[in-house]
Ligand binder design. Structure first.
Ligand code: PEP
Length: 251
């Protein structure tokens, strides 16, 4: 049986300034210390403006820093965009791509996201590729079909368990306090695992995160499911106690 380390990833979205962001990062770094927990990796993804000071605040600890998005190109005339190489230069080890807020607010397609994930790999970053259905898609029985399509469209060539993580985030569960049933989460993660065959070299070893209203009170039951290898956490990642409690819920 393949043993996968849990990944607990915090997506800070458009929150935190330098002072509170570095304080939160330093708090988590002090809890984790210099040696990775045997159960999980802890990753925080602050806004790009404070990535460098946050990476500095966690340096020397086992806490990792990441970006929330990147451009597909390494450089060029792309006003306002940030290359994966620039995130790496600022101290990132990972980058989230294809978050539903990017897919919706910026009309990002799976083809574009595949290019961004490929850029992450090119820059030596781990790509955290997000997929997830809307409520209407679930209500009409198309959730698995939609997620399968996003996966096959977004996973880049050369993806392996070492450089790629999948995050299943039902759009309707993000920031709403609502979550799918445990059976629905387990079914979707099993489908994703099966779908990864042919998309990555080592599908059994790829970490598949669940995201969408994960909090201390539901983390243990979600993280205890087969094929759930961690969590992508939004709101609860902004409070050190809550984020830490979620990490501590890893089996
Ligand atoms: C997210 O945006 O990735 C997310 C999971 O948010 P929340 O935990 O707040 O639902």
């Amino acid at each position: 049986m393949t043993v996968r380390r849990y990944l607990i990833a915090g997506n800070w979205k458009m929150h935190c300034r330098r002072s509170d962001g570095t304080a939160l990062a330093a708090d988590l770094a002090a809890r984790v210390g210099p040696t990775p927990d045997p159960r999980f990796d802890l990753l925080i993804c602050p806004p790009a403006t404070i990535l460098a000071p946050v990476a500095h605040a966690v340096a020397g600890s086992a806490v990792l820093a990441g970006g929330q998005d990147c451009h597909a190109q390494a450089q060029g005339a792309h006003t306002g965009d940030i290359a994966a190489e620039m995130l790496a230069d600022a101290g990132a080890s990972s980058v989230i791509v294809g978050h539903s807020e990017r897919r919706t607010n910026h009309a990002e397609t799976s083809t574009l996201i595949k290019g961004k994930a490929a850029a992450a790999l090119r820059a030596g970053l781990t790509a955290i590729v997000c997929v997830g259905e809307t409520e209407a898609e679930r209500d009409t029985g198309r959730a698995e079909q939609v997620v399968a399509g996003q996966l096959s469209g977004s996973i880049p060539d050369g993806a392996t368990a070492a450089n790629t993580v999948v995050a299943y985030e039902p759009v309707w569960a993000i920031g709403t306090g609502r979550t799918p049933t445990l059976a629905d989460i387990a079914a979707m993660h099993a489908m994703i695992r099966a779908k990864l065959v042919g998309l990555v070299a080592d599908p059994d070893a790829v970490r598949i995160l669940y995201g969408g209203s994960v909090k201390p009170s539901n983390a243990a039951e979600i993280l205890g499911l087969a094929d759930v290898d961690g969590a992508l956490v939004g709101g609860a990642s902004l409070k050190a106690d809550d984020f830490w409690a979620i990490a501590q819920a890893c089996p």
